[in-house]
Write a protein that binds this ligand. Structure first.
Ligand SMILES: O=P(O)(O)OC[C@H]1O[C@](O)(CO)[C@@H](O)[C@@H]1O
Length: 250
């Protein structure tokens, strides 16, 4: 994993957007894997700004999101489908039928994961996957303990994930208990991965990520086995890791 150290959230967001813009300009029909959550919001704002100023075109781009809650309609403001429209799709020239999120009718909808896997294959695989990391080390909604060979399917959210995401809901009971998520092996098939890490809350997990071996209790640790991963981390996220100089900073 290549680590790029930046000052703050804004620098992380700008750099991530620049990497995506370069990808889209170099390969106009790029397939982008996108993430939700608080981390990529600033990056999406930079993409919108660039679209307004420089007219980078997304006409031929295809996007595939990592995950979606189960039980929320697409027009529910807490759904990731709604999030992506609000944060990005409504503001750039990407055709709606080229933006995909996984979607499952219920926690028993096993077909949904298989269909998403087929879709990813049909579009030729993901060129560049953007990831955030959960405070417990999850990528997508693959919680600690998930098999590294997992493919897209229904996942149960860890209590800590529901608590972390409760900030977007009126009350804890409204936070869905399950989601559909790209699997870990699915994410690992992406040709290039960019992991964004910002804020002091992510400092412990970022430290663990660099200090521990690849193991299923820390889903993001599998990224160490991928040939092309760039981690962009800000000073707050790096605060614990940098105290332990000598490991990655020597
Ligand atoms: O960016 P946040 O809100 O800290 O969330 C971390 C990660 O957890 C998820 O919300 C779970 O999908 C990701 O989208 C995100 O990258």
């Amino acid at each position: 994993m290549k680590l790029i150290e930046v000052q703050n959230y804004d620098e992380m967001s700008k750099l991530a957007a620049e990497i995506i813009i370069e990808q889209v300009q170099t390969k106009t029909n790029s397939v982008l894997g996108l993430a939700t959550g608080g981390t990529p919001v600033g990056m999406y704002q930079y993409l919108m700004k660039d679209f307004t100023q420089n007219k980078t075109s997304y006409e031929q781009v295809i996007t595939l999101n990592l995950d979606e809650y189960i039980g929320l309609e697409k027009d529910n403001p807490q759904s990731y489908s709604y999030f992506m429209k609000e944060q990005l799709f409504n503001h750039i020239n990407i055709p709606e039928n080229q933006t995909y999120l996984p979607s499952a009718k219920s926690v028993h909808d096993e077909e949904a994961g298989r269909n998403y896997e087929k879709l990813i294959e049909t579009v030729g695989g993901i060129d560049m996957q953007i990831l955030g990391i959960g405070e417990n080390g999850h990528i997508g909604f693959n919680e600690p303990g998930t098999s590294f060979s997992s493919t897209t399917g229904i996942v149960k959210l860890a209590d800590s994930t529901r608590e972390a995401n409760a900030r977007y809901f009126t009350k804890m009971e409204d936070v869905p208990t399950h989601a559909i998520s790209m699997g870990i092996s699915t994410i690992m098939k992406s040709r290039q991965i960019v992991l964004l890490v910002s804020g002091v809350k992510k400092a412990p997990i970022l430290n663990q990520l660099f200090q521990t071996d690849v193991n299923e209790n820390l889903p993001a640790s599998i990224l160490k086995k991928h040939p092309d991963v760039t981690v962009i981390a800000d000073q707050e996220a790096l605060s614990i890791l940098k105290e332990k100089k000598g490991s990655v900073f020597s």
